[in-house]
Write a protein that binds this ligand. Sequence first.
Ligand SMILES: [Zn+2]
Ligand SMILES: [Zn+2]
Length: 213
Amino acid sequence: VIVDLHAHTSLRSNCSQASLEQLVADARAAGLDALCVTEHDVRWSDEELADASRALGFPLIGGVELTTDVGHVLVFGPLRRPLWAGYTFARLVEEVERTGTALVLPHPLRRHAGERAIKGGRTPPEPAEVAAWPQWQAVHAIEVASTQTSPLEQRLVAETLRLAPRPTVGASDAHAPGRVGTYATVVEATVRDAAGLAEAIRAGHVRATPAGS
Ligand SMILES: [Zn+2]
Ligand SMILES: [Zn+2]
């Protein structure tokens, strides 16, 4: 199945200009099989998402984009601490090792080679440096491209993957209409809910769709 693993609605993410209805219309137009709703540090409840999925006639899967000390991390599956209590990356990794929850690293280079970082005078890291980061090694998959990453970021991620291969995903990180499906992920499994998706990600049964396909 083909899934967009990363999108924000205006209802729950201040930074987004797209309603869930718009995101789903885009997902359908792009031929996706499911869409993940991943707001910043807040979740849709399972019931809310199931209701919306039924109303819109499209498979929706819940996740959350958690803010940690190393930047954002996409989380699929339950967490033990309330989201408002926050997580360090080390604590997150320690917990999901025991719970079966899956972690994906979105925009891995944003803080170091994103547009703002470059404008601020930062020198982009070498791929060997990136490959040594705990967040590169300890997540279950790396987001290789989205509408929120620059060509430089995407190139550095590709170079690091050649050096230190990891399972990959593509995702829109949609914050506006017309973005969902621009990048997506092939999941080699039947995915009905977050638990099934987490299992597939943890097993490495994911890969980013070729850009532009
Ligand atoms: Zn993010
Ligand atoms: Zn995001």
